[in-house]
Design a protein. Structure first.
Length: 199
């Protein structure tokens, strides 16, 4: 939020004078009455944000909310794989770095998937990471993330037959490196949670 603060001319003059190189001499030459006679900034010397400033702040806030919601909207892709339907969730959007905690917006988006999930078929939620970090840590993180997604699905519909599993970095869908160099784009594709079911 952008807030404009305006000082009175007298207050500004005092600030400039005291900030100058002659501050010491000025202080020594002033009597108590001189100091008392000077204008002291009061709350009235400061202006409130005008309507235009407030409207601009609201626009900036709404833009930030829109960007967040747009990111959540882009969280999933769906494709067929060997007779199964696979919904891939982007963990970079669902989770913070090194976290298995879902935001309220992420939970809502996951719950939106429930209407498309069959109640007569086993649903497997698989967590995956990139190759950064230790194998054991990645496997545990992927397990926790898969479990978090599975719990949201079952809380939305207790009739669903949902199991979860973490695969760590063992099943990449893209190269983590290219030509011996780190490939951030490839690693981002590997950080995912897959919801898989027949049909």
């Amino acid at each position: 939020m952008k807030i404009a603060v305006a000082c009175s001319a007298a207050a500004l003059a005092v600030g400039v004078a005291i900030a100058g190189p002659a501050a010491s001499a000025l202080a020594n030459s002033m009597t108590p009455q001189d100091i008392a006679d000077r204008d002291t900034p009061t709350p009235d010397d400061f202006t409130d944000p005008d309507q235009a400033m407030l409207e601009e702040s609201i626009v900036e806030l709404e833009q930030g909310i829109f960007d967040l919601e747009k990111g959540i909207e882009d969280v999933e892709t769906t494709e067929a794989s060997g007779g199964d339907t696979v919904v891939t969730l982007d963990t970079d959007i669902l989770f913070d770095f090194d976290s298995a905690e879902l935001s309220d917006a992420a939970k809502k988006k996951i719950k939106d998937l429930v209407n498309d999930l069959p109640t007569d078929s086993e649903i497997t939620v698989g967590g995956h990471t990139d190759s950064k970090g230790e194998d054991d840590y990645n496997k545990k993180l992927s397990e926790d993330r898969a479990k978090a997604v599975a719990e949201v699905l079952t809380s939305a519909n207790s009739d669903l037959d949902v199991t979860s599993k973490g695969y760590g970095e063992s099943e990449p869908v893209a190269a983590n490196e290219k030509g011996g160099e780190d490939d951030p784009e490839g690693r981002a594709k590997n950080r995912r949670v897959e919801v898989r079911y027949e049909g």
